[in-house]
Design a protein around this ligand. Sequence first.
Ligand code: FE
Length: 333
Amino acid sequence: MQASKGLLAALALTALSSAVQAADEVVVYSSRIDELIKPVFDAYTQKTGVAVKFITDKEAPLMARIKAEGENTPADLLLTVDGGNLWQAEQMGILQPLGSQVVKDNIPSQYRSSNDAWTGLSLRARTIVYSPERVEEGELTTYEALADENWEGRLCLRTSKKVYNQSLTATMLETHGAEKTEQILKGWVNNLATDVFADDNAVIQAVAAGQCDVGIVNTYYYGRLHQQDPQLKAKLFWPNQNDRGVHVNLSGIGLTKHAPHPEAARKLVEWMTSPEAQSIFADANKEFPANPNVKPSAEVTSWGEFKADTIPVEVTGKRQAEAIRLMDRVGWN
Ligand code: FE
């Protein structure tokens, strides 16, 4: 009797301590690379003692894995890029509302799901890159104007298979409707200097190398290449400053539907949207903080101020299927 009572007590203690242990960790499935997220999670662990475990993979397999794991998923949070991807995760039913007033106070509503399924953490502009040698800054005005005849044979684009271009197209559909957007995309395809590229770096390098004069890319790719080569023969331009503004997308995070540690996960997200974490996270990838009270790094600030499109980023998901069909129809490979 004595022994088994002791054993029970020991078991109870073990159960209790493993429960405490479990609450003191958060598991993140991340499509962002280790170098970007590890400093943020390390800072959080140092501050709170809460361990943050993460695995990294591309967003599609991570989302499929959360779906397949169902109630048994070890994942508390899904961290990925682009409103189009986060919206997909929301549609798959693998997220639950964050339910945090702190997050709502820290991040403007245009950068969050209207169903509270995810929040933006950092922002990136998808803007025009140009050759200062072959383009006068005054020649550039809007994304739409890159469809004009004077850009024939001068434009470089990334493949339409990448969600970034699908999201940009989705926002144009929202602004202009299908007919006008189709005309614009046809003009872009018609103006291509060469086949589409696999990534944004290749577009910037093609502009710098003289293969084309203008392209459309995410700002942080420019930042990385410019850091490697300060003499890079390419510059950023902020289009649509007299109308809707520059297309801004995000990286963001959502709480999984069957998160084992929802409270701890919520606290981590709240901290990630706070000024303290926002700088670490945004600066690591040369992005803009999603919390408007936090200033971007000196380097990002040096690209100049611009007016950003105020369309809710979730539009990129809502109109994604339509965007893909349209890009296909105009022959954007
Ligand atoms: Fe990227």
